[in-house]
Design a protein around this ligand. Structure first.
Ligand SMILES: NC(=O)c1ccc[n+]([C@@H]2O[C@H](COP(=O)([O-])OP(=O)(O)OC[C@H]3O[C@@H](n4cnc5c(N)ncnc54)[C@H](OP(=O)(O)O)[C@@H]3O)[C@@H](O)[C@H]2O)c1
Length: 261
């Protein structure tokens, strides 16, 4: 059955994988974006900004499902609050939210924690806003996407000596694997907090950086750096990993080979 779906973040890394999957399932798609876009490929665009609330009421008008993928490193809580506020009292009967593995396990208490890992607290706060909204909901927590770790490695590789958080491990997952899972969840009913989704393998940060450097034919010294604070301690204990849900199919090696040839 065709559903009218609003995808926030439909222009982002995840959203670009998700939207075609939702369309292929026969849904009609609207994307909320801060930039102006021409309608095309059967997609309707609404201009707006979740941070200010501008355009959000128009974006939610007439939709039955919202898949909330808009996000940035800061302030997701406010964006989610504005979205939920606009959606209440409309015909929205399911909100699907993408969060991060460790949102509930990475403590963000001190200034150091906030500066480096405030993202986890804002994802947890967003989850709570959705859970308490009164809208029927589904939340999926995923590990870091390949694209994100690739961007981090690209930036780090510009330095003459590459710092790596000592003892940190990551379980990168492909954005398309996350999109596939979200599309499946969107076609089902509200399911609450579902099983985490992680990539197929776990790597140390040093391994990720050195494999990137190798694939990019770069030689750099990687120096492990001790990161203070409770959020870093939680990372060293694996709070950002989900070894029991290593369900992603595409590996970091495949992703690197595609990107760097
Ligand atoms: N990347 C990861 O490793 C990872 C891991 C787990 C969970 N997640 C979550 O997955 C979601 C998508 O991540 P991503 O990496 O695909 O993000 P991304 O590529 O950085 O894209 C961000 C998207 O959010 C939209 N957006 C940002 N601020 C907005 C605002 N104020 N109003 C409206 N739209 C706004 C952008 O739309 P416009 O620029 O068109 O306005 C864009 O489509 C996020 O919620 C993120 O927290 C990401």
């Amino acid at each position: 059955m065709m559903q009218h779906i609003l995808v926030t973040g439909g222009t982002g890394t995840l959203g670009r994988h998700l939207v075609p999957r939702l369309q292929a399932a026969g849904n009609s798609i609207r994307i909320l974006s801060r930039s102006k876009h021409e309608a095309g490929n059967g997609i309707e665009f609404v201009s707006g900004d979740l941070a200010t609330g501008e355009g959000v009421a128009t974006a939610v008008q007439g939709v039955e499902i919202i898949v909330h993928c808009a996000g940035s490193s800061k302030g997701d809580e406010e964006k989610t609050r504005n979205l939920v506020r606009a959606a209440l009292g409309t015909g929205v009967r399911h909100i699907v939210y993408i969060s991060v593995v460790g949102a509930d396990r990475v403590p963000v208490k001190s200034g150091i924690d906030r500066a480096m890992f405030g993202y986890f607290a804002s994802k947890l706060a967003s989850e709570r806003i959705i859970i308490e909204s009164g809208l029927p909901w589904t939340i999926l927590r995923a590990t870091q996407f390949h694209d994100l770790l690739f961007t981090v490695a690209q930036m780090m590789a510009k330095l003459p000596i590459v710092p790596a958080f000592a003892g940190f491990r990551y379980q990168p997952v492909d954005a398309d694997d996350v999109a596939a899972r979200l599309a499946q969840l969107t076609s089902g009913g509200p399911a609450g907090l579902v099983s985490d989704l992680g990539g197929p393998r776990i790597y140390t940060m040093v391994e990720l950086l050195s494999s990137y450097l190798r694939a990019n034919h770069q030689h750099r010294l990687i120096i492990p750096v001790w990161q203070p604070g409770q959020a870093a301690r939680a990372h060293r204990a694996g709070a950002n990993l989900t070894p029991d849900h290593a369900d992603g199919t595409r590996t970091w090696e495949d992703f690197l080979a595609d990107r760097l040839g």
